[in-house]
Write a protein that binds this ligand. Structure first.
Ligand SMILES: Cc1cc2nc3c(=O)[nH]c(=O)nc-3n(C[C@H](O)[C@H](O)[C@H](O)COP(=O)(O)O)c2cc1C
Length: 187
């Protein structure tokens, strides 16, 4: 079995972020065939096309780092019915210079987590729109719009009940299959 390395991007910088807690839960429930690692995006300078010829070191390090991963997993809140700026910025930074996008062909998945009832549906699908253009084959099912986030974690930040634990396990196992299928067909 080849272990596939998955870069995880959390669309919130908040210390007590539900999405970061969820990313950690996904990491601990992942099968042996996946190794998840959170890539920090909060320190990336805002993308500016004028800097393409002389990019900030943080952009270059980010691009080189993400390039080495086999797949990408986005775990994000919804801000104003769309993708938080910090995550969109990371996606834009990784997409350039033109023709050298780090996203190209990497199998991906999206999970949105919100205290609200709609579970970040808007952000989930806005993000998918970018991923179509970036040629990230993105897992269709199971969809993951996780609402009611304030009740999903215990005081230590672990998933609070078997129902959500079961769904997260199902999601990450399905993603392992998705990564394997899409990796094999690429090579
Ligand atoms: C600027 C801003 C916009 C928001 N817009 C939405 C929204 O459109 N839909 C939603 O479900 N929650 C929205 N929220 C609430 C977030 O879902 C909530 O703050 C959530 O806890 C953020 O994710 P985190 O816990 O991972 O930081 C918004 C929060 C902020 C700060």
């Amino acid at each position: 079995m080849t272990q596939r390395k998955i870069a995880v991007f959390v669309g919130s910088l908040r210390k007590e972020s539900f999405n970061r807690k969820m990313a950690k839960a996904l990491t601990s429930l992942a099968p042996e065939s996946l190794k998840l690692e959170i890539i920090e995006i909060g320190g990336l300078p805002l993308y500016d096309q004028d800097l393409d010829d002389n990019p900030p070191a943080a952009w270059t390090e980010f691009r080189e780092r993400v390039m080495k991963f086999d797949g990408v997993l986005f775990v994000t809140p919804e801000y104003n019915r769309s993708v938080p700026g910090v995550l969109k910025n990371a996606i834009d930074v990784g997409s350039r210079p033109y023709g050298k996008s780090v996203w190209d062909g990497k199998p991906g998945a999206v999970m949105t987590v919100s205290p609200g009832a709609i579970g970040g549906f808007g952000a989930n699908h806005h993000l998918r729109q970018s991923l179509v253009f970036l040629n990230v084959p993105t897992m269709q099912q199971p969809e993951a719009y996780i609402g009611n986030a304030a009740n999903l974690f215990d005081e230590s930040g672990n998933l609070a009940n078997d129902s959500i634990r079961g769904f997260i396990t199902k999601f990450i196992h399905a993603f392992a299959v998705w990564v394997e299928t899409n990796t094999s067909s690429r090579k």
